[in-house]
Design a protein around this ligand. Structure first.
Ligand code: SAH
Ligand code: SF4
Ligand code: F3S
Length: 480
């Protein structure tokens, strides 16, 4: 089920969380050569938030007369929206930049811009290191892109990496890139105020800020009216969403926001990511339980199962506290899916800490996990305070054990679903066959089933009985 990409693993059939290449993206009308003065191509790496940001960037550029293209050769501007989370993610980007460089040699006047977290981390150093980069633009500076492109066209090197305490791009309506027309991501906040010792995000994304509630509701409603049936509310730490509506003197917590999105229509599924275990409240859990269209699925990254390591990581919870949280979720929603992120080989990790990680995974019975080995990031708390002292072969061996355990847990979780019937939102044809549909259960599991003679379409809900499974996918049959 997992493909081991040196330091990160993901379940087959799941969207890659990071180090993903979005491939070609396009915006509406780009095929009409008369509509736009210039063409841009954008490729995204990293978390869903980066992908959502690329849709903001596309919208900003669209308004300035730039059309997106799926075709790299056709582009006047190439953007790469980058991730810094692990060294491997940065290496992938650098490799891709050398490929762009060749294109640039062939096409005079073509500009290459680096966006996102690597731009923020390296700032103008990027221009010195990667000589053929023309623009470096951080995650809070996308509004200034059109002006920066103009500067770059005039032969100057254009850089804007200013972080903001307010920017949420609330008023910008994202251009949906490569969307299936059924599910969409909606940013509800930016930045992160947690200081997990291993993590570079607080440095690349700045302070946490929540987006205006009304603009979120409007975007979700608009998506629903356009035929979308699922929204995923995005933030590094969604449970700390907090917005004060000055006019009505009303405070909107994440629980309240969830409820308001759920009330748009019972036909609109609501998901969210990511929850920090310390912040997910009973209010949120009860709201989930109350609304059938809020999906029974929580991504609850544990990182480590050892209280000692968790403390060094500055995660602010202990092993016992995390386990109690999992129990609480299962008490309120017995059918809730839970997934996790796990890091193997953090500084000072010993064999017994690693065993604690394995046993907390067993306790939590994760349906799925994203698993990594620790990669030291410059400027982070861990890099400044601790030694990256677990040898690489030990990190890899521990990661392998974590992966093997997760494979078993995933299979067991799928076995528990055999014979059960789930409400599935159809996302499209299955990858393998046009005579099968692919969709997801509320618990975020992929279900593949024959279309038979039913007149169904993408975006429809259908009840499916699970008849078989693999580690990554449930197989089923439509029930009337
Ligand atoms: N905000 C989210 C996670 C963002 S990063 C949260 O707090 O859960 C996604 C995952 O990457 C993290 O959960 C962590 O497991 C992993 N990660 C972050 N920094 C890392 C590092 N330096 N080395 C290895 N994995 C890391
Ligand atoms: Fe990084 Fe921790 Fe913030 Fe997640 S909560 S983005 S891991 S600092
Ligand atoms: Fe990567 Fe930045 Fe997201 S570092 S994981 S793209 S916030």
């Amino acid at each position: 089920m997992f493909d081991l990409v040196t330091d990160s693993v993901r379940p087959e059939g799941m969207k890659k969380q990071d180090e993903t290449r979005q491939g070609e993206a396009y915006a509406p009308f780009a095929n009409d050569p008369n509509t736009y003065k210039k063409r841009f191509y954008i490729e995204s790496y990293g978390c869903q938030m980066n992908f959502a940001d690329s849709e903001i960037v596309a919208s900003i550029l669209n308004q300035e007369g730039f059309g997106a293209t799926r075709n790299l050769e056709e582009a006047d501007l190439i953007f790469i929206n980058t991730c810094s989370i692990r060294e491997k993610a940065e290496q992938t980007v650098r490799k891709r930049l050398t490929e762009f460089r060749k294109l640039k040699d062939q096409k005079k006047g073509m500009l290459v811009g680096v966006l996102g977290c690597m731009a923020e981390r390296l700032k103008s150093k990027f221009l010195e290191e990667e000589k053929l980069v023309d623009l470096v633009v951080g995650p809070d500076a996308y509004r200034t892109l059109p002006g920066l492109v103009e500067e770059a066209e005039g032969g100057q090197k254009a850089v804007n990496v200013l972080l903001s305490r307010e920017e949420t791009y609330a008023d910008i309506s994202p251009v949906r890139l490569d969307s299936n027309g059924v599910s969409a991501f909606v940013s509800i906040m930016r930045g992160c105020n947690n200081m997990c010792a291993f993590c570079v995000v607080p440095f690349t994304r700045g302070r946490e800020r929540s987006r205006d509630t009304e603009s979120i509701i409007n975007e979700c409603r608009d998506l629903f009216e356009k035929g979308y049936r699922e929204v995923t509310l995005l933030g590094q730490n969604v449970d700390s969403y907090y917005y004060v509506n000055d006019k009505e003197n009303e405070t909107i917590t994440f629980g309240k926001l969830l409820e308001r999105v759920a009330l748009i229509s019972p036909l609109l599924r609501v998901r969210f990511s990511t929850s920090h275990p310390k912040d997910i409240t009973d209010e949120v859990l009860h709201t989930m339980a109350q609304y059938e269209n809020i999906c029974r699925y929580i991504h609850l990254p544990v990182q480590s199962g050892s209280s000692r390591v968790l403390q060094l990581m500055n995660r602010t919870y202990t092993r016992e506290w995390y386990m109690a949280k999992v129990d609480r979720i299962r008490e309120i929603m017995p059918d809730c899916g839970i997934s996790s992120d796990v890091i193997a080989g953090f500084c000072t990790e010993e064999e017994k800490d690693h065993q604690d990680t394995l046993s907390i995974m067993e306790h939590s019975r994760y349906d799925m996990s994203y698993m990594f080995f620790y990669s030291e990031r410059p400027g982070t708390l861990a890099q400044r305070r601790y030694k990256d002292d677990v040898p690489e072969d030990v990190k890899k061996r521990r990661l392998q054990e974590i992966v093997e355990l997760q494979n078993r847990l995933s299979l067991e979780s799928n076995h528990r679903d055999l014979g059960k019937t789930f409400k599935v939102l159809i996302e499209g044809n299955s990858k393998r066959s046009e005579t099968d549909w692919m969709g997801r259960s509320s618990q975020n599991k992929v279900i593949v089933f024959p279309k038979e003679t039913y007149k169904l379409k993408k975006g429809d809900y259908v009840m499916v009985n699970v008849t078989d499974c693999t580690q990554a996918t449930l197989l089923g049959k439509i029930v009337n």
